[in-house]
Design a protein around this ligand. Structure first.
Ligand SMILES: [Zn+2]
Length: 468
């Protein structure tokens, strides 16, 4: 039996400023050590000032994960020396005087399974070390404090995962949830990192630190389970230890650091008073919370009759569900959902993906209406969509510019069909003996009309003309 527990660090990337000073939370746009001040650089005598917005956003995450939220929260100093930590302590949270972390126990559903959340804490991110030099002889270590003090939420789970796949599914759900709440963009480099605790057959727990991507986390868990199973099979005891994920070699490596034995000498952060979270604030936060992914999904299915699978994909993605909300009408909702999930979400081209953000609600609404009223076939609507992304022109303009309008005139369509019948006499004979081969002729008509003919009426007219 495998048990996996996670500690996920997630930056609150949508905040304006750092956790204890007014430097930018978005450190990614700066040259090294440009986004620092005496507070986040740990200068003696500087005093932290708590970012209230960060407390609110972290509380929202706790609520969304069904965690209890205490009436008072407190901050602690976690003391250790490391070059990326300018103060030589990290301001974080700890539950030694009762539950004083921003979130207490909670749950999140992953498929049919409930994963228990142990706690959620708000803390500051350290700086970053950059290693330069090609060999160990000339290697130098540079330090960039731009990230120091960035608001970080740590989500700790119980060891409820039994497979690496469950871990991956959970992270995808969590990532969608954070995006939906509007608190973070977990896809940004380094915005979501994790440690995993893995044990097999009730043996010792091994902690894997320093995993930077979901993909690697799943791989690391796989590797670690295989490694421990193999030791277990040979009756070799599994050491309780910290290992690091080597993402180049794709293996876990025993860590020689003494992190496990370190005494952090936690004590209350005297420069930040306890923070009271009044019931009114909690009520206010609840009312500010956006509709949850599951309730969105249910609404799409019941109100608009959108197939469950489509509703699932659409509701999980904040960017596209926002786009859906802005562009659909009561009558074209299903068609808009269809365009978004089958066409836009499948865009391979990164340039087009970028352009998708420029697509206006009017474009989508008009395109869906044009398909529904038969002005353009579903087939041609794909070309129209690519042209919109390229040019930004209106839907009606594009339909007329590219001559994408449906061949709805039956006489015109009949003319084309008659020509195909006389050109393809062999295929016509074949269709008479084997009606299924008529699809070849339908394809020819589609080709001749550049996909503008309605497939059903084409088939019916072809059958009538051939006499089958
Ligand atoms: Zn600062």
């Amino acid at each position: 039996m495998t048990k996996i527990g996670l500690e996920i660090h997630c930056q609150l990337t949508n905040l304006q400023s750092k956790l204890f000073c007014s430097c930018k939370a978005n450190y990614r746009e700066f040259e090294p050590n440009e986004n620092i001040c005496p507070v986040c650089a740990g200068m003696p005598g500087s005093l932290p000032r708590l970012n209230q917005e960060a407390v609110k956003k972290a509380t929202m995450i706790a609520m969304a994960l069904n965690c209890s939220t205490p009436e008072k929260i407190a901050f602690f100093r976690k003391n250790y020396f490391y070059p990326d930590l300018p103060k030589n302590f990290q301001i974080t949270q700890l539950n030694i005087y009762g539950d004083t972390s921003v979130g207490g126990s909670g749950t999140i559903s992953v498929g049919d399974k409930k994963i228990r959340i142990t706690r959620i804490q708000l803390e500051e991110d350290p700086g970053r070390l950059i290693y330069e030099g090609s060999s160990s002889k000339n290697q130098i270590t540079l330090v960039d404090y731009n990230r120091a003090g960035t608001p970080l939420v740590e989500i700790v789970t119980e060891p409820d995962f039994e497979t690496p796949k469950e871990v991956r599914d959970f992270l995808n759900i969590l990532s969608d949830l954070l995006k939906n709440l509007g608190v973070a963009d977990p896809s940004l480099e380094g915005a979501m990192r994790a440690d995993a605790n893995v044990s097999v057959h009730g043996g010792n727990k091994v902690e894997i630190k320093n995993i930077g991507s979901f993909h690697d986390l799943e791989k690391a868990a796989h590797f670690e389970i295989t490694r421990q199973e193999s030791l277990h099979d040979r009756d070799i005891p599994i050491a309780q230890e910290t290992r690091h994920w080597d993402d180049r070699r794709k293996i876990t490596v025993s860590s020689r650091s003494k992190e496990e034995d370190m005494d952090y000498r936690y004590f209350l952060e005297g420069d930040i008073p306890w923070v009271k979270i009044n019931p009114e604030i909690r009520t206010e936060l609840k009312s500010e919370m956006p509709e949850s992914i599951s309730s969105k999904k249910e609404r799409y299915v019941t109100k608009y009759n959108i197939p469950e699978q489509v509703a699932d994909v659409l509701s999980s993605d904040k960017f596209y569900s926002d786009m859906f909300e802005k562009s659909h009408t009561e009558s074209n909702a299903k068609e808009v959902a269809n365009i978004i999930t089958t066409e836009l979400m499948g865009l391979e081209d990164t340039r087009e993906k970028r352009e998708a953000s420029k697509l206006t609600a009017t474009h989508l609404r008009d395109l869906a209406d044009s398909i529904q009223t038969g002005k353009v076939s579903r087939n041609s609507s794909k070309n129209a969509l690519h042209e919109i992304l390229k040019t930004g022109k209106s839907v009606s303009q594009i339909i007329s510019d590219l001559d994408l309008g449906n061949v709805s005139d039956e006489l015109e369509l009949l003319k084309i069909i008659d020509k195909i019948i006389s050109d393809e006499s062999e295929a016509v004979e074949q269709a008479k003996s084997n009606p299924q081969t008529i699809n070849f002729l339908v394809g020819k008509v589609m080709q001749a009309t550049k996909g503008k003919a309605d497939p059903t009426s084409t088939l019916n007219l072809l059958k009538k003309q051939i006499g089958i």
